[in-house]
Write a protein that binds this ligand. Sequence first.
Ligand code: ADP
Length: 555
Amino acid sequence: MKAKRLWNERTRLILIMELAIVLPAAVLVIGGASHLRQIQRDHGVEALIQRDFGETLAISEKRINHKAYEMIDDVRKDFPAPGNACSGNLDKILAAHPYVAHVFLFTPEHGIIFRSQPYRLQDAGFHHEAEYLSTMFEGWFKMDFSDFTEKLTKMQQKGTPYYFDPIWSPRVDKRVYQSVAIFLTTDEKTGTKALAGIAFDGDYLRDQFFPQMLNEVMSRNVAEAQTDKNAVIMVRGKNESNPLAACDGWDGGTPEVERNLEGVFPGLALGIKLRGTTLAAIGQHFFRSSFLSLAGLSLVLACGIALTYRNVSKEMALAKLKSDFVSNVSHELRTPLSLIRLYAETLEMGRLTNPEKYQEYYCIIRKESERLTALINNILDFSRIEAGRKEYDFRETDLRELVRNTLDSYRYQIEQHGFTYEEKIDEVPPLRVDREAMARSLVNLVNNALKYSQDRKFIGVSLYRDNGSVKLEVVDHGIGIPPQEQSKIFEKFYRVGDPLVHNTKGSGLGLSLVRHIAQAHGGEVLVDSSPGQGSKFTITLPVNRAANKTTAATA
Ligand code: ADP
């Protein structure tokens, strides 16, 4: 019946724990894992960084264009009206803006005035480029002047006055990228229109403008937390594989995200990546560490659940032990009391004729009162220990005398129960002990030996010196204790679940008191037992007085 109740309580406990802790924890862990899987499948981490990179490139492009427009506007405002245009005017512009390689102005009446940076003309490649561009633009404008003028007028009205023409000019060993800005100039007085152009110096773009701009935009992006501090950026021709220019720290490799430039630099593309790693590697690292921390979390949760389960089970077992204890103690109190009452009443009636009977009844009443006193003392001691109020009175004691005196009153009882009693008391040094507590320990051990013996009735008590300690041993040939129970029997309220034990009266307090008393004396109590063979309980007390005293103070 009890076992069934306990089983039910255990099942309820497991169910509650599963519902309240295990289920939410499992949902959390499984949900987390499948969410991570989903992100992994969709390359979520990479996509997120790519989106950030895309935004960074858009902002970078805007800043580069903004700067380039400022520079071109600066040059355009110096351009003369078509009627005043001459080589000298254009040369002045070139002198004022060294980053410009060529400027030109075309009217159908006067053809093209094309001027190039004079200090660069010694460079054969540059010279050749000047001739090529001059011929090319003149030919083009002659053919397309009116259409192109119309187009530029419309663009001007929309607020975008420039048409940008990307040109890759061949030099000695490579091609140089240039962007030529073409715009319309109008003579306010005569209304004459002319097509004008500014060509950026390709070398300047490659060696100064782009590296500076890329560094500047990246440091601004990092400062504004727009991008990772390890991000590096470069610019290259749309169909080129090598960068035209890159920011500091560019470590080669393929960009993770690219963006075709529009505005001032058509035909170029910006590319961004992370220095020293790839998005795929970052994604892998993220998932590895996420799964690891999820596994760690699961482990912590599992440990927590196991610990809670253990503690709750322990509490439940203790609660059960306590309730058993109450019923055991009430039973133990009732039996001697009813015996005392019965014999006292018989004596009171005065009908006994045999004086030996009187003696016998008095003896029974005394022994039952002693049993009661022992039980109540155990309970009182236990409650003092539990409340932390137990005090010991350590005095120098001759243990031989203490053992003999304690057992004197028992010897008769032991033999009356048909036990063979053996006593072996050696010479031992006097020790500082609490006499009452030591006597109680011995009585508890002897009582247990009496209670838990069946056919082979033997009790042996020995006191001897062993190296630095004194040992007090109580041996029986009783029912013994299974090995797995031997560590538990010293716990409060604990009684072995054997039917033989349950048929014997007991509170489960005796051995826990013995252990507490032994420890308070700086010693310990050990059991050596095998089921069906018998048990040996040994209290070991240290002879060393200093140790004895220290523990006494602690106790
Ligand atoms: P109890 O009041 O039940 O005897 P104890 O604390 O003295 O309480 O003992 C705890 C349990 O240890 C007992 O219930 C019994 O199962 C076991 N035990 C103690 N002494 C012996 C012994 N000498 N032989 C067999 N079992 C013993």
